[in-house]
Write a protein that binds this ligand. Sequence first.
Ligand code: MRU
Length: 346
Amino acid sequence: AVDAIERLAIRGAPALGAFGALALVVGLDEAQPGSLGDAGAVLERFRTEIGDARPTAVNLRWAVDRTIDAALAAAGSFGSSDNTGDGSASEQGNTGDSGSAGSVAELRRRLLDEALAIGAEDARACAEIGRFGRELLADATVIATHCNAGRLATAGTGTALGVVYAKAAGGEPVRVLAAETRPLLQGARLTAWELADAGIDVSVVADAAMASLIAGGAVDAVVVGADRIAANGDTANKVGTLAHALAAADAGIGFYVAAPTTTIDAALPSGECIAIEQRNPDEVHHAGGTRLTPTEAVAINPAFDVTPARLITAIITDAGVLRPPYDRSIAQALAAAGDDMRESVE
Ligand code: MRU
């Protein structure tokens, strides 16, 4: 699972969360712990190994923590002598009897339930983002996007592309300009594929072509996904997003971030605090398996950039459309999302 995450076989913030949570169940099965104590220790190891596999997308860390915490909290009520499930050293010698095996099976069930709930909630969030985005962008026909924030990046229809799918499903004309997204070409390979697969008009453009297309009036709105949104609205997304935001601001068109509330990291006051993943320079040196750069050249490969809140027209979330000032609208949205969670738990 960690290998799949690191080489981007699974990628996109919400998909990373849903996948990371399910990977905990697979890992627990492989580890075959004989007691709740052993199972707790295994999960604590996965909390770091899986949760930290990519640093910028907050959904991965959030989903892994939520799933483990829910399972361990439930383990406290399983009622056998080895049932604290905190992985403490005193429990490591417990090889388990049939009661322990039953408790581990119960823990696994709770882990799987939580992981499946995360995926189902994300699918619902995508649908809500699509609904709100369609209302907001009723007048936009040509939508520019970056990277891939669609079916291949979430457990549902996507965030930025969720808006596109909702427009298409509603019978509205929609055309997408997909920035190719160097160096790994998520726009050219993934966004173009999934939109073409859905019968939606898509044109791939070089990243460097987008600014002049926006300046020339060829784009009605820019809609992108997000990997982490700070409390003030500053947003980390695939490197290159910032350039589109600057071009949109200069041209006076809307620049929208579409993301579930699970991508908001309210613990971070601003984008300066967001850890930006630095990836292997070889991704920049090579294209299509061929080295393009001279061996003397160094490559720098930040996977994400941060778009400041002042360049973001609105953030389209499952809790509604958030407007500046974002510190206030984000706090309100999170409070509302928390209330919903409490109601569904009750
Ligand atoms: O490196 P990636 O492909 O995981 O980057 C993904 C993005 O930047 C997406 O835009 C973001 O995760 C939102 S996906 C709904």
